[in-house]
Design a protein. Structure first.
Length: 237
């Protein structure tokens, strides 16, 4: 009986093998939907307009140029301050197809809350303020999909105010400073039309001479500025 069963199994094997060869599995179902967004779908070429908020730290070197009511020529003091910055910006980015490098330019204006006072060597009070910044910068970035890392630098201008008082008499003067800036930042495209970012700038406004009721003082401003940005993009994807 065993021999008959084993013989039957061996006789059936060729038939099973032939049936397996005739069978083919159905094609796998492929969905056209993918939840992930391809990094190739994002190109930074666009014009943009936006706003920013942040914080700045300023150092003003105050030096008296003449001897008079506010002290002796050569008297010096350093005035440190920090405060809010906020404003707007506009510019553009250009990214070639199949290239991670992104080129751009940006112009921004910021109102600042920077200012402080210090006791002078002659016991008067000297004050220095930075009222607002104007930055015009060239930019070079490296893009990976939605992310853009960039460096920037160019012209920096700022409106400054200097004042002095002895408690009875007070004088002040306003001057425009011309200098330079350098920094960098990172941006992220939340949608093809909206990006969020953060930036840092070192700002050297250079020195200007202020007139203080017959005396003159030279003030030199250097600042560190950190700000968050939001931009609306026109064009690109």
């Amino acid at each position: 009986m065993k021999r008959l069963f084993i013989g039957s199994v061996f006789l059936a094997l060729p038939a099973v093998s032939q049936a397996a060869d005739l069978y083919s599995a159905p094609p796998a179902y492929e969905s056209g939907y993918s939840g992930a967004v391809s990094s190739d779908d994002f190109n930074w070429t666009s014009f943009y307009l936006g706003g920013h908020l942040g914080w700045a730290w300023d150092e003003a070197d105050y030096a008296l140029d003449s001897t008079g009511m506010w002290g002796t020529a050569g008297d010096q003091a350093t005035i440190d301050s920090n405060g809010f910055v906020g404003g707007g910006q506009f510019g553009f980015w250009y990214q070639r197809e199949n290239d991670n490098l992104v080129y751009g330019a940006d112009v921004s204006g910021s109102w600042t809350d920077l200012g402080g006072s210090v006791a002078s060597p002659s016991s008067d009070t000297w004050s220095a303020e930075t009222d607002w910044y104007l930055l015009a910068q060239a930019r070079l970035g490296f893009a990976v999909g939605r992310w853009l890392l960039f460096g920037q630098g160019g012209y920096a201008g700022g409106q400054g105010t200097a004042s002095a008082t002895d408690g009875v008499i007070s004088v002040s003067d306003d001057q425009w400073h011309n200098g330079w800036t350098a920094g960098g930042g990172v941006s992220y495209k939340v949608t093809p039309a909206v990006s969020l970012g953060t930036e840092y700038n070192y700002v050297d406004l250079g020195s200007r001479s202020y007139s203080l009721m017959g005396d003159s003082a030279t003030i030199d401003h250097q600042s560190h500025v950190v700000k968050g940005t939001i931009n609306i993009h026109f064009g690109g994807n």
